[in-house]
Design a protein around this ligand. Structure first.
Ligand code: TNX
Length: 719
């Protein structure tokens, strides 16, 4: 009986997948038919358009059949141009005899192929799909609403290997995302080889150890990082171009130039007494030599990227570095200005002129759009808020929407997950909910929006460490990027969450598994009433649970009777993909016993040691620690708990922490026992004996000038 049921279920599943056209991003128009096209070993991919040959070859990597120039009578997939359509527009018709993709240009043909992939079994993404394979008969007429559908990849904070960048490009291509904004430089790293100044990448590509770039985030002590040679950059650009992705490089100037300045400090402003400055992250705007130097760098970068657009940064410039510079302040005075932004405007204008010599037009962050000197051809990336995007648009700039509240994918996706905190806490649903009308945009304004971009900033990715960081980037990006892709395509599904979510979990989860994306599954809802703990499923994943403190995985198959609902941690799994663990609210309750903090070092008064008693507050230390410096936590009463964690550094990002040190605890307030080494500045104890006091002791010297932070301990009560 069981076997029979399984067989029926399997049949039903096949019937479902064969009949349903469930594409992400949803095409403009789809008509389904009640017949199928079958791809078998003798199907041909037909293409006699020179320009489209790379697409035919690309398709052949996934659907392993032959490519031909002329069409047989039947059983083929043809890819052709029809100049009446727009560049990225396509028509796909799946008939019983053949599949036809016609497109206005390369981009449209590529989009058509991606839609065809989503009509095939998800195994197509494994490049090993069993044949024959069935495609549901249909007619699709489709084009994107927005020309710019992008992702920013920050390889400066976390280096991403070339292989992983290529993998990322595949993921973007599957979602018809057509721009990669490659953030190649920042305070923490320089990732692109510059032949005229080789030290930039050879030195600036690495942090820690003997590098002048401090390991400000993540791993300390040992040297780590990497960079791309020019040859590798060309390879990535070409790989992306085949996949209809334009790469827009970013060299972040004049702020966020810390890595550049660590290697060439002469690029910085002078101190107010005219002496050379040693540290800082802002390029001096009035030193004529700097423009020559920057031109040498920019010229090389321009030659590597065919895109007409070149992102030159312009964000978060620390104006005080210019104001205290004798030359920059003299320039302001001579021109009758007091506002440092005038210097930024002048700087951006000069870089814009340099780019023009190489046929490029600048892209900038929104801060740089308000000076008046920026060419109206420049693209502006609006990150602060929808309101800022509106102001930028009012100035007439093609604007790319990426307000952090919706599109900063470094932000955590729920309250108890890892990720950045400052810009919000949101998952795929919030990304999908972005709505121009709700944000106060008129249809006329929307007509001038250039597009959308999500930002995979990577400070927090580091905290996952080494090879794990790429998994975390994927986890942070997917499925949020699926929502962005549909938004940028025009939300042709109508924009209703439930409908999108159905497509996502009923069809796209399978595809993402086969794409080998480490994506996040939306967790189930936990309910507790009348002593019964239960789960509300929201998709077709399987629910597991474990009891706090144990790793043993149990299948959830019905409500659990318990008086300690917080003890159970649930998660959803779908073909190996996982949701985060979720629990009843009582799981997250912490203890806040009376505690005092003292140290061998002074604190910053306003953010001082007294804040330890407030719990979760960030505490700042006023001096640089040396080997042997200590921090002592003393509890009024011995603390009984199931776990206690001591944290040096900032909460979300592994920075400003004690690199090397240990934790010792005392059960009587007198004798101490060394119980743990710090790992990324933290130490966690499980089921300790009641603790009266705990001391963190540093075992190395911090880098000169660095000042660490601390958090209050996080203490979970016993069950
Ligand atoms: C702000 S947005 C930044 C980035 C950080 C990001 C972290 C912008 C132009 N600058 O440098 O990585 O926040 O969320």
């Amino acid at each position: 009986m069981k076997r029979l049921l399984l067989a029926v279920a399997a049949l039903f599943a096949v019937a479902l997948s064969a009949s349903a056209v469930a594409i992400i991003p949803q095409p403009q128009s789809v008509t389904e038919h009640n017949y199928n096209f079958v791809v078998n070993a003798s199907t041909l991919i037909v293409c006699n358009e020179e320009q489209l040959v790379p697409i035919a070859k690309y398709a052949q990597e996934y659907v392993k059949v032959n490519v031909a120039k002329t069409a047989p009578k039947s059983n083929y997939i043809s890819i052709a141009l029809d100049k009446r359509l727009a560049e990225e527009e396509y028509r796909l018709s799946v008939a019983q005899e053949a599949v036809h993709i016609v497109a206005g240009g390369y981009g449209g043909a590529f989009n058509g192929v991606q839609t065809l992939f989503q009509l095939l079994p998800s195994a197509v993404y494994t490049k090993n799909m069993p044949l024959p394979a069935t495609v549901c008969g249909c007619n699709v007429a489709d084009k994107p609403k927005f020309a710019y559908r992008g992702l920013l990849l920050d390889v400066a904070r976390t280096f991403i290997t070339k292989e992983n960048v290529l993998r990322y490009i595949d993921y973007l291509a599957y979602h018809k995302v057509n721009k990669l904004h490659w953030h190649l430089t920042d305070n923490q790293g320089w990732r692109i080889e510059i032949k005229s100044h080789p030290r930039l990448a050879k030195v600036g590509g690495f942090r820690g150890g003997d590098s002048p770039i401090n390991a400000a985030l993540g791993k300390w002590g040992e040297k780590y990082g990497g960079y791309y040679t020019q040859e590798e950059i060309r390879e990535v650009v070409a790989y992306a171009a085949v996949r209809n992705i334009e790469i827009i490089p970013e060299i972040d100037l004049p702020g966020h130039s810390g890595a550049l300045a660590r290697i060439y400090p002469e690029i910085l402003c002078k101190n107010s007494d005219g002496t050379p400055r040693k540290s800082g992250a802002v390029v001096c705007a009035t030193n004529a030599e700097n423009y020559k130097f920057l031109e040498e760098i920019l010229a090389e970068v321009c030659a590597l990227f065919p895109s007409k657009h070149f992102h030159i940064g312009g964000d978060e410039v620390n104006m005080s570095q210019w104001k205290s510079c004798p030359d920059c302040s003299a320039w302001l005075e001579k021109n009758g200005y007091t506002d440092g932004h005038k210097l930024e405007d002048m700087f951006i204008g000069r870089i814009q002129d340099i780019l023009a010599k190489y046929g490029k037009s600048p892209s900038v962050w929104n801060e740089a759009a308000f000076g008046g000197g920026l060419s109206k051809e420049a693209w502006v990336h609006g990150w602060k808020s929808p309101k800022i995007c509106k102001q930028v648009m009012a100035k007439g700039y093609p604007t790319i929407f990426m307000p952090q509240q919706f599109f900063y994918f470094d932000m955590r996706q729920s309250e108890h997950e890892n990720g950045a905190v400052w810009g919000g806490c949101f998952d795929v649903r919030k990304v999908y909910s972005f709505d121009f009308a709700k944000e106060g945009f008129t249809p006329e304004e929307v007509a001038h929006v250039k597009g959308f971009e999500a930002a995979a900033w990577s400070e927090v990715f580091l905290s996952q460490g080494g090879d794990k960081s790429i998994d975390f980037i994927e986890y942070q990006t997917f499925p949020r990027l699926c929502a962005l892709s549909e938004l940028a395509w025009g939300k042709n599904g109508g924009g209703e969450w439930q409908e999108f979510h159905n497509r996502l979990y009923q069809h796209h989860y399978d595809r993402m598994v086969d794409m080998e994306i480490n994506f996040r599954i939306t967790p189930p809802k936990v309910k507790y009433s009348e002593g019964m703990l239960s789960i509300e499923k929201i998709d077709n994943s399987v629910i597991y649970y474990r009891v706090d403190g144990s790793d043993s995985r149990k299948l959830y198959n019905g409500a659990i009777r318990t008086s300690h609902p917080g003890k159970y941690l649930f998660w959803a799994e779908y073909r190996g993909a996982k949701s985060p663990e979720v629990a009843h609210s009582s799981h997250y309750k912490t203890l806040k016993p009376k505690v005092t903090l003292t140290s061998s070092l002074k604190d910053v008064e306003k953010y001082g040691y007294h804040r330890v008693a407030d719990y979760y507050m960030s505490i700042r230390v006023a001096e640089t620690y040396k080997k042997g410096d200590w921090f002592l936590f003393e509890f009024d009463e011995p603390v009984e708990c199931r776990s206690i964690e001591f944290i040096t550094g900032s909460h979300a990002v592994p920075s400003r922490l004690i690199t090397k040190g240990y934790l010792e605890v005392s059960y009587d307030g007198k004798s101490f026992h060394r119980v743990a080494e710090l790992n990324y500045g933290r130490a966690k104890l499980l089921n300790p004996k009641p603790i009266k006091a705990a001391r963190i002791v540093a075992t190395d010297d911090d880098v000169p000038g660095a000042k660490i932070r601390l958090c209050s301990p996080i203490i979970y009560p016993k069950w």
